[in-house]
Design a protein around this ligand. Structure first.
Ligand code: DP6
Length: 359
């Protein structure tokens, strides 16, 4: 049976129901940057799920009343033309995967746990929450996807079509998207949970997101990925990501914090270096981002703590450290970093358990 397609439903019966999921954002340690074909990654990526930054999505469905099914989308209780266009267009593209959608009137309601202005990319949490809801509807109406692995594999596959990084958000803890020879069962089509050994230290990782800017970024990730086509460093980037992935797998297993820091910061800086060396070049870094990065390095050198940073495609800094150093790191943030954050805004997050189906 192919779990990636589905079938129509009987029109003699009336179908109706509501499904809801809460799904987290994630932060990549090995970055997905560049794609080919239909949303397939040029390199494999590894991330962990966040705990506090998530999207809650609910879909109310019923057998369509008119000839043409009515699909509506509301964000935080209101119509949002920009989001609505994106989501409804995405639903249309899922015709083969979920053919029954054109037989249903659908009302989607979505909200984020974090303010839209926080500068946190919401596509991972929103697309994964939507994909999980659609798979739950398939489960209810068609009776398929009863197997848990099938369910999350399909949710990840569908989420990936909406946004690549969303594929990794359907799992808690660490997950991997993209074929990587050292990790069996990895795929370009969907993410899988990282089932290899992770030292307990890294399961208790904290991530304080230092909000340096809350304005919309000048160049979208979609456009940034496209600039990797023909990029002079494209092949070198793929080779680098493989080497970094191997090192990170070893660091996670052995609890090697020095290696973790080296790899994770190298990935963050390389991502932004790729943007700066694209044609046309661009940079999403803010002067305050660089001030913070310098402070982190100096603090680490002075205190010998396990503390480092990663960046996504934006100016905000993800400060990574462990639970045991929390009080010292809080002092460091208050004394040295908070002044570089817009409105002193920081979101304290940590490794999370993944999505939850809600009543
Ligand atoms: C830098 O997943 O946002 O955060 O597939 O075009 O929606 P689309 O891009 P997106 O790219 C994320 C890039 C990244 C790295 C990562 O999350 O792996």
């Amino acid at each position: 049976m192919n779990i990636f397609s589905s079938s129509l439903i009987s029109e003699t019966q009336n179908h109706s129901g509501t499904v809801s999921w809460q799904s987290p954002s994630n932060i990549a340690l090995i970055k997905y940057w560049g794609k080919f074909g239909v949303q397939l990654p040029k390199n494999s990526s590894l991330s962990f799920a966040l705990s506090e930054a998530y999207t809650y999505t609910s879909i109310k469905y019923s057998s369509k009343i008119s000839e043409k099914a009515e699909h509506e989308f509301f964000f935080e209780g209101k119509e949002n033309p920009a989001f609505s266009k994106k989501v409804l267009h995405f639903l249309k593209e899922l015709d083969v995967i979920f053919p029954f959608l054109k037989q249903l009137d659908i009302k989607i309601e979505s909200k984020n746990s974090f303010p839209h202005s926080a500068g946190i990319a919401s596509s991972a949490s929103s697309m994964s929450a939507l994909a999980l809801c659609l798979c739950s509807i398939e489960q209810e109406l068609i009776g398929s996807l009863q197997d848990e692995i099938d369910f999350f594999t399909k949710a990840s596959y569908v989420a990936r079509l909406g946004s690549g990084s969303a594929s990794r958000s359907v799992y808690g803890g660490y997950s991997v998207w993209g074929e990587f020879t050292e990790l069996v069962e990895t795929s370009n089509d969907y993410a899988v949970p990282f089932t290899y050994e992770v030292h307990p230290l890294f399961m208790l990782l904290r991530d304080s997101i230092l909000i340096v800017s809350d304005t919309e970024k000048a160049v979208s990730s979609r456009a940034g990925h496209a600039l990797m086509n023909g990029h002079p460093y494209a092949d070198a980037r793929i080779a680098q990501s493989k080497q970094n992935m191997s090192c990170l797998i070893a660091a996670l297993k052995q609890g090697d914090t020095d290696l973790f820091i080296e790899v994770v910061e190298n990935e963050a800086m390389s991502l932004h270096a790729l943007m700066m060396s694209s044609k046309p070049w661009y940079s999403l870094l803010h002067p305050n981002t660089l001030m913070i990065l310098d402070k982190i390095r100096a603090f680490r050198e002075k205190n010998g703590l396990f503390i480092c940073f990663t960046l996504d495609a934006g100016p905000n800094v993800h400060l990574l450290y462990t639970e045991e150093d929390e009080s010292q790191v809080m002092q460091f943030i208050d004394n040295d970093l908070i002044e570089y954050c817009v409105d002193r805004n920081i979101i304290h997050d940590k490794v999370g358990f993944g999505p939850k189906r809600m009543e």
